[in-house]
Ligand binder design. Structure first.
Ligand SMILES: Nc1nc2c(ncn2[C@@H]2O[C@H](COP(=O)(O)OP(=O)(O)OP(=O)(O)O)[C@@H](O)[C@H]2O)c(=O)[nH]1
Ligand SMILES: [Mg+2]
Ligand SMILES: [Zn+2]
Length: 323
């Protein structure tokens, strides 16, 4: 499946032809409820109905999936499927670098042990000391970092080499330059690129739906995804959250309750010392605590009420709330 929504999906046949397809019965049988039945990168079974059209009959098991929680639909929203690597694109400026957004995006790849690369684009706008220090810290906890600029061309060849022969999903805030990077890696892709709003320094959601594109070598595939404002997390057991933060594996060895410690004021918890000793960055701990609170709050609410939590976590209140 290369792209699609609203029961119109483009499927790429083995010979490279793209056929416009609908879903048989408008639904697919899946174990879990999703906001959208299919996303870019999915592999499907389908039947040809005319030379350029067909009907999708089933979804092949996904080898990997990148998703977020859709607040409106109250379900997981699949963003990209079957990728070998997730590249989270961030920018040095316009829009500003948002580490807590990156932390959220990294959870699923870290938990699934899926290769994860943090791509810092717009390096031409300058990397200040604070940003440089964060990159060093992300590298320290095991994230792969690549620095590049579409403007100067720096790092583009390295990025192209990193995804060679793979299916690679590009995710991140709107306006960081995901589509621009893909266009820079290969002439003729022609993905739409948008301006960044000067006033709020944020993108304009130029890419509106995920799309899978085959590069000219015939084997490398990239998935361009729309930028999201807020990256909600649901459906992770709070006790499993620490496993999504590599540095907490070290911290737990300093806690009396070990792997059962959630690092929130428990007796004998080592988190304070760990932050002082530089084992966990204070801002990463802030990220972790906020997500934990969100997860616990949902779990506790739903346990008490026996129904889904109401949607009071509206995302549009704060222009600058990117996490
Ligand atoms: N200065 C500078 N600007 C860049 C760079 N890369 C992209 N841009 C600009 O950033 C703006 C947004 O780029 P897009 O490629 O549309 O960003 P996107 O991440 O695809 O955004 P969405 O599709 O909305 O998620 C455009 O005006 C680009 O020209 C870069 O390396 N440096
Ligand atoms: Mg785009
Ligand atoms: Zn602890």
């Amino acid at each position: 499946m290369v792209a699609g929504s609203n029961n119109v999906f483009d499927v790429r046949a083995a010979d490279g032809r793209v056929c416009r397809c609908s879903l048989k019965g408008k639904k697919l049988k899946t174990d879990e409820r999703f906001y959208n039945p299919l996303t870019a990168g999915d592999e499907v079974t389908w039947e040809q109905s005319s030379p350029d059209a067909g009907v999708i009959t089933g979804l092949q098991p996904r080898r990997s999936l990148f998703w977020r929680y859709n607040e409106k639909g109250k379900a997981r929203q699949a963003i990209a499927a079957n990728m070998d690597v997730v590249l989270c694109v961030a920018s040095a400026g316009m829009p500003p670098f948002r580490p807590r957004f990156i932390d959220r995006v990294s959870l699923e790849p870290v938990a699934a042990k899926l290769p994860f690369v943090l791509v810092l684009n717009k390096a031409d706008l300058g990397i200040d000391d604070e940003l440089a220090a964060r990159l060093v810290d992300y590298r320290r906890i095991g994230f792969e970092i690549m620095v590049c600029s579409v403007e100067t061309g720096d790092g583009i060849d390295q990025l192209r080499a990193r995804i060679d022969g793979k299916q690679a999903a590009f995710v991140g805030q709107s306006g960081v330059g995901k589509s621009s990077l893909l266009n820079a890696m290969e002439a003729g892709l022609g993905l739409r690129v948008g301006e960044v709003c000067e006033k709020f320094e944020r993108g304009r959601h130029t890419t509106v739906a995920a799309v899978l594109v085959h590069l000219a070598d015939g084997v490398t595939r990239v998935i361009d995804t729309p930028g999201v404002r807020r990256f909600a997390i649901r459906g992770i057991d709070p006790l499993e959250l620490p496993a999504c933060f590599p540095e907490l594996q070290v911290v737990q060895t300093m806690c009396q309750h070990g792997a059962r410690c959630l690092h929130q004021d428990e007796a004998g918890c080592g988190i304070e010392r760990a932050i002082k000793e530089g084992i966990m960055h204070a801002d990463r701990y802030e990220s972790y605590s906020r997500i934990l609170y969100e997860l616990q709050d949902t779990v506790q609410y739903e346990k008490a009420a026996g129904r889904p939590r109401p949607d009071y976590w509206k995302d549009d209140k704060d222009e600058y709330d990117y996490e």
